[in-house]
Unconditional design. Structure first.
Length: 274
């Protein structure tokens, strides 16, 4: 693992949220994985922005967990709950953090890429369905013992995932756990499809170039594993299952800041192959 300038091993020991930068190589393209949380209470104790700026400057394309410009048209514009979503983004530091990232991308003329599926209301529906609503559906389809058994397993999975998320343990700890290979959850879908989007874009780029992915450590550690294991049978099977969720943006959207229009413009929308 490579650490950014000024961040020492001892600081990682003292501050589990310290900025981390790791690199992978895919077909001669460097993938820079930048772990930094956007939530104010989870930000690194040492200012991370000089190192983040350096990675953006070296990259031809910057993948982000969220892109506020995209969220303005996919989430925040909803007349019913858009303001609540935007206020939540403000409270979590999401908007300010990734607006700063996109500002640095503009400074160096870099494009922004988004492969995240959690950018609209359909994601929330699927997320809640897997966590809460699947059990009664399974019983209605098969009211017998087998349906009840599946419903019970589904309920346990949903309760377990919710507890892990609230307590930030297991699948929501900083580092990936082995059991995650077999979970089915929309958070897992996000991480798996982001990894596939990054790999697909790396395979399209010229050898010697660099891509960056900037997100909290909880996401980066899982995306990194998926990038390192592209032929894993279980993961590829899960990807096909997740692809059945219609209405989600299963693509890599690439944006470029237009000097003419002083705004971000969508220049590419490439489906992610599973």
């Amino acid at each position: 693992m490579e650490l950014s300038a000024g961040v020492q091993i001892q600081e990682l020991v003292n501050d589990p949220n310290a900025l981390q930068i790791e690199r992978l190589n895919i077909n001669g393209v460097t993938i820079s994985l930048v772990s930094c949380d956007h939530q104010p209470e989870l930000m690194p104790e040492v200012d991370p922005w000089q190192a983040i700026e350096g990675e953006i400057q070296k990259s031809s394309l910057v993948f982000v967990e969220y892109f506020p410009y995209e969220l303005e048209s996919s989430v925040y514009n909803n007349p019913i709950w858009g303001k609540l979503a935007k206020d939540a983004g403000e409270a979590k530091g999401l908007n300010s953090f990734f607006n700063k990232v996109s500002g640095l991308a503009t400074k160096y003329g870099r494009e922004i890429a988004v492969s995240d599926i959690a950018n609209g209301p359909m994601y929330s529906i699927y997320h809640g369905g897997l966590r809460f609503a699947l059990s009664p559906l399974l019983i209605s389809v098969d009211p017998g013992k087998f349906g009840s058994f599946l419903a019970f397993c589904s309920m346990l999975n949903g309760v377990g995932m919710n507890i892990q998320e609230v307590l930030r343990i297991g699948a929501f700890d900083l580092e990936r756990k082995k059991f995650e290979k077999f979970i089915i959850d929309m958070e897992d879908a996000r991480r798996l499809l982001i990894a596939k989007g990054i790999r697909q874009e790396a395979e399209r780029r010229n050898e010697g170039s660099q891509l960056s992915y900037i997100a909290p450590r909880t996401h980066v550690s899982r995306v990194k594993w998926y990038l390192e294991h592209p032929d894993d049978i279980v993961s590829n099977t899960k990807a096909k299952v997740y692809s059945l969720a219609i209405g989600l943006p299963r693509s890599t959207r690439i944006y470029k800041n237009s000097k003419k229009f002083h705004s971000w413009q969508l220049v590419s929308d490439t489906p992610i192959k599973v």
